[in-house]
Design a protein around this ligand. Structure first.
Ligand code: FAD
Length: 398
């Protein structure tokens, strides 16, 4: 059993999806020793994707993961915050926890706008319930950031009858993630939903009842939500031997092992080397939390299989299912499969003829097939692949 003997205690820090998945996989993988999961929030582990969707819409109040920790023999310590780490000892706000092995899965925290204390952020169940209580017909809601979260909150708020304005510093939605050519197609989605989108508009300040823009503009707002990204929740590791990158992500190796022996990391807080994509990746999406949580458990139990899946995420916005798999760079060739004027379309990114990534809008079959093709490093027939009538898996290079 790798570096461990069964008398060891595994402590998992962070009771989110990655932490919960790790604890479950440890038991499933045969770990018989003590497992303790420590989480800062008062809730047992829950799913976050519904927070900006069904929870805001009032269709769901709880997204608790269906895991019986007691039955698994996993000790769950909620409402307890890790404050520091030294070899063999986790410090928390309620005393020390000695460990044999440790998995860090403390996730990420949303980036706040300086000086915007009154603005809402959306990360936790409590954030979502507090925001939901404010959303009502006619409420003037300003959203800072046309990213994934911004688009989803705008969708829900419109459905609830709010007057929504989205303020985005970049030239189009999702400036960090997608080329402006795709972002500008998405601009039409905002318009059609009755959301006012102001791109190229940096926020200068918030004042009661308004967002002031750098260009002198003013957006009247009863409430403001900021969705400008999230950074790894790793501040508590300051001074420990766990090395972080410049963005605060934990620098792990290919099996999610950190620079402190006996300590692994998973989920939104980790950066790992991807041989598949030839670079380090720090992924802040649900599927990665799930898979890396299980992979950290397997590594802790002795597996040396590298963690290197094809990253995947989805977003539900303006009545559309948007999905992405793989990783593209500005050097990859972008190819439309279908027209952006159609109700559904796909964009492919190719390196030479190799499929590296794809974005699909209401084309789930493309996503499923494309994800497998990226996994296989498949080469595509570029003359046929642009035709949406040809199944992706049938458009392979000869
Ligand atoms: P988290 O879920 O953040 O869990 C980490 C836990 O650790 C938290 O409970 C935190 O309180 C706790 N913690 C932090 N610091 C400490 C500490 N010092 N001591 C103890 N505990 C600590 N992804 C998709 O692919 N599709 C989607 O549609 C989608 N929608 C999303 C919608 C919202 C509103 C949000 C916020 C995220 C969404 N995501 C989505 C992203 C996805 O939910 C995250 O990638 C995933 O939750 C990451 O899981 P995690 O376990 O790494 O981190």
């Amino acid at each position: 059993m790798g570096e461990l003997n069964s008398a060891d205690r595994v402590v998992v820090v962070g009771a989110g999806l990655a932490g919960a998945q790790c604890a479950t996989a440890l038991r499933g993988g045969g770990w018989r020793g003590r497992i303790t999961v420590v989480g800062e929030e008062p809730h047992p582990p829950y799913d976050r994707p519904p927070l900006s969707k069904d929870v805001l819409l009032g269709k769901s109040d709880s997204t608790t993961l269906d895991i019986d920790f007691e039955q698994l023999g996993v000790e769950l310590l909620t409402g307890r915050r890790a404050t520091g780490l030294e070899p063999g000892v986790l410090h928390t706000d309620a005393g020390e926890l000695p460990y044999g092995s440790l998995v860090i899965a403390t996730g990420a925290v949303p980036t706040a706008l300086p000086g915007a204390d009154r603005a809402h952020l959306l990360r936790t169940l409590d954030d979502a319930l507090a925001l939901r209580a404010l959303l009502r017909p006619g409420l003037r809601l300003a959203l800072v950031g046309a990213g994934w979260i911004g688009a989803e909150v705008a969708t829900a708020a419109r459905e609830l009858g709010c007057e929504v304005t989205v303020v985005e510093a970049g030239p189009a939605p999702l400036p960090g993630a997608l080329p402006a050519e795709i972002g500008s197609v998405m601009t039409a989605w905002y318009e059609a939903a009755g959301v006012r989108l102001r791109c190229g508009a940096g926020v200068a300040a918030l004042e009661p009842g308004a967002v002031l823009l750098e260009d002198g503009g003013r957006v009247a707002a009863d409430e403001v939500v900021v969705g400008i990204g999230a950074r790894p929740a790793t501040g508590w590791l300051a001074g420990s031997a766990v090395e972080l990158d410049a963005a605060g992500a934990i620098l792990a190796d290919g099996t999610l092992r950190t620079t402190l022996p006996g300590v692994w990391a998973a989920g939104d807080c980790v950066s790992y080397p991807s041989a598949r994509f030839g670079t380090r990746l720090a992924v802040q999406h649900w599927d990665h939390a799930l898979q890396s949580g299980a992979a950290a458990a397997a590594a802790l139990l002795g597996s040396d299989a590298p963690y290197d899946p094809v990253p995947y995420f989805w977003s539900e916005q303006f009545g559309r299912m948007v999905q992405y798999a793989g990783r593209h760079t500005a050097q990859d060739r972008m190819l439309w499969r279908g027209s952006p004027d159609d109700a559904s379309w796909t964009v492919l990114w190719l390196r030479g003829t190799e499929l590296r990534a794809l974005l699909t809008v209401d084309r789930p079959r493309d996503l499923t097939q494309g994800r497998r093709l990226v996994e296989r490093g498949a080469r595509l027939d570029v003359d046929r692949v642009g035709d949406p009538a040809v199944p992706l898996k049938s458009a392979l290079a000869a």
